[in-house]
Design a protein around this ligand. Structure first.
Ligand code: NDP
Length: 290
C-alpha cells in the first residue's frame, strides 16, 4: 500500500486553515511566516515559492525577503534581529543551504527559539531531546511520524524503528520523535555494520540518507512500514531526469505493508508541518493586537 503524503498533507492544510480562522476570531492574531532567501539557488527558489503559496492558502500572512548572494553575515544577522523583534512575525525560516561565506549555525542560533519554526535552534533540539513540552520540532521528521501513524494508527509503542541517517535536520530528530512514541529505536549511519540485516529487523524503516535507491527489497521485513525521506535526482535514458528516494520503490513495495512514494510521500508533509509550527508559535507567543 502507498501512503499518500500529498493527500495527508492536503488534509492537514485544510485543518490548519480552520485553526487559523479560529485563532483570528478568538485572539485577533493572524499567524505570520517570514522566509529569508539568500542567493539564487534554483531549488531553493522553488521551495520558497511553494512555501509562500501554501502559507497564503491557509489564511496566514506570508512575507519573503530575498537577499543577494554576496550579502554579508552581518547584514543577514541585522535582518534577523529586525524580524525577531517584529510582533507580526511568528515564524522565521532561513532557507538553507546558505552561501559558503555565511556561518549557518551562527545564523540558526540567532533566530529567537520562539520563532524558529524549522526547529533547528539548539534550544528546540534540546527540548525535543529532553522530551519537554514546548519544542518547535523539525518539519520533515514530524511529517515522517504522521505518515507512519497514518498506516499503523496512533500507537507505535514497542515497534522496532530503524532510522538510517543521523543528520541534525532529519535522522536525529525523527529518532527522538519515534523514541517519544515508545518505539525501540536504532540509528544507523555510514559506519553501521551489516545494514541490510539491521534493516530486516525494522517494523518501521526510515531512510534519510541521500543515496538513490540504496535500500533494496530484501533489506525489508515483510509487512514493515517504510518511510522514504530521500530526494535524489537521477538521469534517465532519454537524457532527462527524475526523482527517486533512498529506497528501491519497485522492489520494496512488494515486501512492505506500506511505503511512502517519492515524489508524493514525505516531501509534501514538510511544508504542511512548517505551517503547523508557525500556527503553534503564534498561538503560544503571539501578542494580541491592541
Ligand atoms: P545528510 O547528508 O546530512 O545525512 C545523510 C546521512 O546518511 C548521514 O548520517 C550519513 O552517515 C548517512 N549515510 C550516508 N551514506 C550511507 C550509507 N552508505 N549507509 C548508511 N548510512 C549512510 O542528509 P540529510 O539528512 O540532510 O538528508 C537525507 C535525505 O533526505 C536527502 O536525500 C535529502 O534530500 C532528503 N531530505 C528530504 C526532505 C523532505 O522534505 N522530504 C527534507 C530534508 C532532507 P554519516 O553521518 O556516517 O556520514
Amino acid at each position: 500500500m502507498n501512503i499518500d503524503g500529498k493527500q495527508v498533507a492536503a488534509d492537514l492544510r485544510q485543518s490548519l486553515a480552520q485553526e487559523v480562522a479560529e485563532l483570528k476570531q478568538q485572539t485577533g492574531i493572524t499567524p505570520g511566516l517570514t522566509v529569508v532567501l539568500v542567493g539564487e539557488d534554483p531549488a531553493s527558489q522553488v521551495y520558497v515559492r511553494n512555501k509562500v503559496k501554501q502559507t497564503q492558502e491557509v489564511g496566514m500572512i506570508s512575507n519573503e525577503f530575498r537577499m543577494a548572494a554576496d550579502t554579508s553575515e552581518e547584514a543577514l544577522l541585522a535582518k534577523l534581529d529586525e524580524l525577531n523583534n517584529d510582533p507580526a512575525v511568528h515564524g522565521i525560516l532561513v532557507q538553507l543551504p546558505l552561501p559558503k561565506h555565511i556561518n549557518e549555525s551562527r545564523i540558526i542560533e540567532s533566530i529567537v527559539p520562539e520563532k524558529d519554526v524549522d526547529g533547528f535552534h539548539a534550544m528546540n533540539s534540546g527540548r525535543l531531546m529532553n522530551g519537554e513540552e514546548g519544542a518547535l520540532v523539525p518539519c520533515t521528521p514530524q511529517g515522517c511520524v504522521i505518515l507512519a501513524k497514518k498506516h499503523l494508527g496512533d500507537d507505535l509503542s514497542g515497534k522496532h524503528a530503524v532510522v538510517i541517517g543521523r543528520s541534525n535536520i532529519v535522522g536525529k530528530p525523527v529518532a527522538m520523535l519515534l523514541l517519544q512514541e515508545s518505539c525501540t529505536v536504532t540509528i544507523a549511519h555510514s559506519r553501521t555494520k551489516d545494514l541490510p540485516a539491521l534493516c530486516r529487523e525494522a517494523d518501521i524503516l526510515v531512510a534519510a540518507v541521500g543515496r538513490p535507491e540504496m535500500v533494496k527489497g530484501d533489506w525489508i521485513k515483510p509487512g514493515a512500514t517504510v518511510i522514504d525521506v530521500g530526494i535524489n535526482r537521477i538521469a534517465t535514458e532519454d537524457s532527462k531526469s527524475r526523482l527517486v528516494g533512498d529506497v528501491d520503490f519497485a522492489e520494496a513495495e512488494k515486501v512492505a505493508a506500506a511505503i511512502t512514494p517519492v515524489p508524493g510521500g514525505v516531501g509534501p508533509m514538510t511544508i504542511a508541518c512548517l505551517l503547523k509550527n508557525t500556527i503553534e508559535a503564534a498561538r503560544r507567543f503571539g501578542v494580541r493586537p491592541q
